[in-house]
Structure formats: C-alpha cells, structure tokens
Design a protein around this ligand. Structure first.
Ligand code: ATP
Ligand code: MG
Length: 401
C-alpha cells in the first residue's frame, strides 16, 4: 500500500448550498491547474471532499506546497487506501505508526461520510487508538496530540493519513467574477488583490507609471508583485499604462492642490475603460481610510465620482499593522518596501488637498479633455503575463534606451 491519495477538504464551499456543485467543479479545475506536472493522474468526489489520485512517481513536496495556495481548500491529507477487513486495517495502521520516529502522544480522528459503515466513528477511533498505543507505547491526547491519525470512511474506500496540511481557506478563484485591481508597487494594493483572490475573484492588475519622467522602478516592483500573486492565481497579468503625459496635462491645466485627486480620478477613468475590455465588473484599490492624506473620506468620494464603476476597497477598515502582517505572510513585503518613485509623487505639492469635494474636483478638471487623455494612455499600455519565462518577462520590461 502506498500514500497515493490526497483528500482535499473544503469548508466555505460546502456551506454554499445553492451553487455548491459549480463551486466544487471550479475548485477541482483550479487544483488541477495548480498541480500541473506534479503527477496527479485523476480525481473523484466524495461527500465534502475531492480525492486526488497521485501516480507512483508523484512529487509530494511540490503537491503539498502548491495546494497550500489554492483558495477554497480548508485542509488536505496525504492518504493511503486501507480497504478490507477491520482487523487487518487496524494492524496496518498500528505498524505504520510504530514505523515513525517515536512520539509521546497522539489522537485518532475518524470522519465517516459513509453512514452505512457498520461501526460509528468513535468506536473506530477507539479501536485504532488502542492498537496504536500497544504498538508504540504512546498515550492518547485528544487536545494537543503530537501526531494525528486520520481515517476517512468514504462510500467506496477508507483512507488513512498521518499528514494533514492547512489550506488557505476562502473561495475558489473564478467563482466570484473579475475585478481589475490598481496595483502600485507599495505594500497595500497587492494585499488588497490577494484578499480579493481569497474571495473567489479573478484579479486583473493595472499599474500606472510615469516613465520616461521617472524611472521604471515602480513598474519593476509591480511586475515582481504580479509574479508573487501568480503563485495563487496562475495566469496573472499586469497591464502597464504610461501615465506621465496625462499628469503633465493635469499639471498644466488644474490647480496645484487638486493634482493628486485629479491623478486618481484620471486613473479611475482609464481603469474603467480597461475593465470594460477585460469584462471586469469592478475596480479595486489598496486604500485604507485615513492612512495618508489622499485617503480621507471626502477625497475617496471625489475619486469614486470619476470611475463609473464600483471601486472595491478590501483594506478600508484595516490598520497598517494588519496589512503589513498579511504582506509578510504572502511574501510581498520585501518587494513592496524596495525604494521606487510612484507616479503619484510626480509634481505633487507637499500638502495636497485632503478635503476635495466632488464639485471642486469636477471644476478643477473642467478644462481638460480627460477622455482623450485616457484613450491615448490606454493605446500605449503593455501587457505582462506572469507565465512567460523570467527572461522575457524582464526583457519586455527593460526601459527603452
Ligand atoms: P499602496 O501601498 O498600495 O501603494 P498607499 O498606501 O501608498 O497604497 P496611495 O499611494 O494613496 O496609497 O494609493 C492608493 C491606491 O491607489 C493604491 O492602493 C493603489 O490601489 C492605487 N495606486 C496608487 N498608485 C498607483 C499606481 N502607480 N498604479 C496603480 N495603482 C496605484
Ligand atoms: Mg503607494
């Protein structure tokens, strides 16, 4: 017998009665995409679980690593099939436990989704527990065991596992529609994108840069962050939009203190057009209320006025500490904190307006032809696909000489 099954357990997905079938189908597709090339040869369904079949040459380390980033998975178990007679099964599990490095305490957890199985779960756990105790000399500790032994009694097979791994939870990507996220190179927006992925959204990314007026350092960071997001969402793409010429016109035609809000309004207009082309239903940003001068409630309202699409702000009520700890957990923090020049810093006064009304913002840009500015910026946008090899990804990204 070999460890050639993985029992994937979902939690939130199972709660959605109405469209559970579609969610499980989406989750299964996402798992298969994530596990390409690791030796998974098939799947079947069991109540509340997706069972993966591994080839004998599977790459478990890789399978384990990748499944920890598939949203929708609550946890998963590396399993072995142990059909047959109960006494044989118990003897086999006891031997397997004894073959492990010694452990002081353990617990047996049995889940019986096959209600026709003759013994109730606690009885199975108790019998297996006794045999393991005898074989290993370890004691049972149901609250804080050093080792957990899992038994999954499914309709067609019984699976045994001593390795349970936590998944990221949430909902499968693709089940929640598409959102276009405005990705700077900073700490917040990539966390916002990640949180949307965890709610099942497919996330497209757009970055605005002011090359050649500034360096491409910000764009490089956004590209690197896209690569990191690609670990959760295979096929992530970044749309890079040159924004310097739009800014130049805003600087020439509008009051100084309005610049920052007007930049943001222009970004929203451009993003809304791009969203239409990408069939994205909403925009998203990394704004958190009151965090910096541009993110006061009046300014956010003035920015919303320009978009024409709902703007989601997953971080709106989070404080910086929470956002930073999320960024560290997903591995973006070190990239986000590299120095760069964000386009929003270009030609912006030290004290931009913190209380811009919608009326004032509209008046400030009255003489500008924002629509044609948006059109020409979009015409020069580049798309970077995180699946392309690193070399071509960075070659595309090299600044023009
Ligand atoms: P972040 O850490 O995401 O840069 P921030 O705290 O620096 O956020 P701001 O600079 O006020 O906040 O930007 C607010 C939001 O506007 C960002 O979270 C991002 O969604 C969007 N944004 C800012 N600059 C850019 C840019 N150059 N390209 C795309 N989106 C941007
Ligand atoms: Mg920023």
């Amino acid at each position: 017998m070999t460890m050639d099954r993985v029992a994937v357990r979902y939690h939130e997905v199972a709660l959605k009665r109405g469209n559970r079938t579609a969610l499980v189908a989406q989750l299964t597709r996402n798992i298969m995409t994530a596990l390409e090339g690791t030796g998974v040869v098939g799947t079947n369904r069991a109540p509340g679980r997706i069972i993966l079949h591994l080839s004998t040459h599977n790459d478990w380390c890789n399978v384990r690593d990748r499944l920890t980033r598939v949203f929708g998975i609550a946890n998963f178990l590396l399993c072995e099939r142990v059909d047959g007679d109960l006494d044989n099964m118990i003897a086999h599990i006891a031997n397997a436990a004894a073959a492990r490095p010694p452990f002081a305490s353990f617990a047996v957890r049995t889940k019986r989704s096959d209600k026709t199985y003759p013994l109730p779960s606690p009885e199975v756990s108790a019998r297996v527990g006794k045999a393991v105790q005898r074989a290993t000399g370890s004691s049972v500790d149901l609250d804080h065991p050093e080792v957990e032994i899992h038994l999954e009694i499914l309709p067609r097979e019984i699976l045994f596992s001593m390795e349970k791994v936590a998944g990221p939870g949430g909902l499968p990507i693709g089940s929640g529609g598409t959102v276009l996220t405005l990705l700077s190179g900073g700490i917040d927006s990539v966390v916002a994108a990640h949180r949307l992925l965890g709610r099942g959204c497919r996330v497209e990314l757009v970055h605005f840069h002011s090359a050649p007026y500034q360096s491409r350092a910000g764009l490089n960071k956004a590209l690197e962050l896209t690569r990191i997001l690609n670990r959760w969402q295979p096929g992530s793409r970044l749309h890079a939009v040159p924004f310097g010429d739009t800014q130049k016109q805003i600087v020439a035609g509008a009051p100084r203190r309005a610049r920052l809000v007007l930049y943001r309004r222009a970004m929203m207009r451009i993003a809304a057009r791009l969203a239409a082309a990408l069939e994205a239903a909403a925009l998203a940003t990394g704004d958190s209320l009151g965090q910096v001068a541009s993110q006061t409630l009046p300014n956010l309202v003035a920015i919303d006025d320009a978009g024409g699409l709902p703007i989601l702000r997953p971080l709106i009520g989070m404080d910086k500490e929470e956002i930073i700890s999320h960024a560290r957990r997903i591995g973006t923090y070190d990239v986000s904190t590299l120095s760069d020049e964000d386009c929003c810093q270009l030609w912006v006064p030290k004290h931009p307006s913190t209380r811009m009304t919608v009326g004032a913002a509209r008046a400030a840009e009255a003489s500008l032809d924002i629509d044609s500015m948006a059109g020409s910026a979009l015409a020069k946008a580049e798309v970077f696909d995180a699946r392309s090899p690193r070399d071509s990804f960075s070659r595309q990204n090299r600044a023009p000489d």
